[in-house]
Write a protein that binds this ligand. Structure first.
Ligand SMILES: NC(=O)c1ccc[n+]([C@@H]2O[C@H](COP(=O)([O-])OP(=O)(O)OC[C@H]3O[C@@H](n4cnc5c(N)ncnc54)[C@H](O)[C@@H]3O)[C@@H](O)[C@H]2O)c1
Length: 388
């Protein structure tokens, strides 16, 4: 799907709504930009949701956002702080750019509000640790917005690994990536250092890491040798309509890394927003009894579109390969990601669990952070994760 088609591809999906509407969840939206559009479209389909407040740093943006979506009576604020200070909320969607993930999330958790935080978790490992300390203290739910987790085909990857069909896993290869897909359809918040903080490595790299690491139980990362570059983003010729974006580009548009994980697993990683290649290839999982080929995927829309392939031997020696039949999606993954969060929020205090827990994504963030630091230093580094 072309980037400039944006999230419109998901706007006409209708869903079966079987919820207990007698208890309404009071929701606020922080950051009223591109992805907030997807969040509000899902909330508006849910009978047990009352959208009571919204915030955006840009004056008038929140007001226009709710008006455009035909939602009346929503109180709008100039930042997450004013909103949380003045409202009684059950949950917030945090849809701010990467450099504003940690602060509003900590503030919401400290004020007893459950959080659906967009990916990537944060920009740095230190921020992720600070968020998790606030989460632990609050006892509230924090879930990270990786919608591919909702795909049954994606879930199949983990099920195959857990079935033992592949034996002991020793090697993971990340694939995917874009030939020409620096995300600037609605502005420059992804590409500026002050707002995006990190580029392809965090934006789509976090999906790619989540797909593989979740499948193998999120082993702790130990060391990383990382590389990042920005040859395309900083070239005015890349941008047909906005050559001035090259001046603003302050993040990576390509990253590669060699990561050692606990349990003797090697992760061979690469990701791209832009390169002279159609894809970095399929993702691979190699085990002592079998291998799994996951078709090259951009991940953000949640899926791959050709079947998984399992490679095994028949008996000791005869190589064979079979395809895993694909399962058609019943509802939008964007809907399911919000719905699964709210279902947990509605449970009695202390019983709700995050669908995508920070305890897993901490390791995802540690790898991203390690790639950035190792690339800056030009050498391998040990990944040190502080106590939480
Ligand atoms: N899950 C997905 O498929 C998906 C898709 C796109 C973007 N994202 C993620 O969503 C996040 C936002 O991306 P986007 O494209 O919507 O960005 P955007 O720039 O379009 O919107 C972000 C908005 O947040 C506002 N904001 C920032 N800090 C704020 C604060 N403290 N209080 C209130 N408002 C604040 C900004 O003014 C801006 O309007 C990014 O982290 C991105 O990685 C996820």
């Amino acid at each position: 799907m072309a980037m400039d088609q944006g999230l419109d591809a998901f706007k006409n999906e209708s869903v079966e709504n079987v919820v207990d509407a007698s208890k309404k969840v009071k929701v606020g939206i922080i950051g009223c930009g591109w992805i907030a559009d997807s969040h509000i479209k899902q909330y508006l389909q849910m009978e047990d949701v009352e959208i009571v407040a919204g915030a955006d740093l840009v004056p008038g943006k929140a007001e226009k956002f709710f008006k455009d979506h035909g939602v009346e009576g929503v109180r709008c604020y100039p930042s997450h702080k004013e909103m949380i200070d003045n409202e009684t909320l059950d949950a917030v969607s945090i849809c701010t750019y990467n450099c504003q993930h940690a602060e509003p999330t900590i503030y919401a958790l400290e004020h007893g509000v459950n959080v659906m935080l967009e990916k990537p978790f944060t920009v740095t490992l230190d921020e992720a640790v600070a968020v998790m300390k606030a989460e632990k203290k609050s006892g509230k739910i924090l879930t990270i917005g990786f919608q591919p987790r909702m795909s049954e085909n994606m879930q199949m990857i983990k099920r195959i690994v857990e079935s033992g069909e592949l034996g002991e896993i020793y090697y993971l290869q990340a694939g995917g990536g874009r030939r020409r897909g620096i995300p600037t359809p609605f502005g420059t918040t992804f590409i500026e250092k002050e707002t995006g903080g990190i580029g392809a490595v965090g934006d789509i790299g976090s999906y790619s890491l989540d797909m593989l690491l979740n499948a193998v139980g999120y082993p702790k990362p130990l060391t990383v040798t990382g590389y990042t570059s920005n040859f395309f983003g900083t070239d005015p010729k890349y941008y047909s309509a906005h050559p001035e974006y090259a001046e603003k580009f302050g993040v990576d548009d390509f990253a590669a890394a060699f990561v050692r994980l606990e349990g003797g697993i090697i992760l061979d990683f690469r990701i791209s927003w832009a390169m002279h290649m159609d894809t970095c290839g399929d993702a691979l999982i190699l085990g002592t009894k079998g291998g799994l080929r996951i078709p090259s995927t951009d991940c953000w829309n949640g899926e791959f579109d050709t079947p998984l392939k399992v490679y095994r031997n028949v008996g000791d020696k005869v190589p064979m390969c079979y395809e895993v039949p694909m399962i058609p999606a019943k509802t939008s993954f964007f809907y399911q990601k919000i719905r699964s969060f709210l279902d947990e929020v509605k449970k009695p205090a202390g019983e709700g669990k995050p669908t995508v827990p920070s305890s897993q994504i901490l390791y995802n963030q540690a790898i991203i952070d390690g790639i950035v630091k190792s690339a800056e230093l030009g050498r391998e580094i040990e990944i040190e994760i502080p106590e939480i």
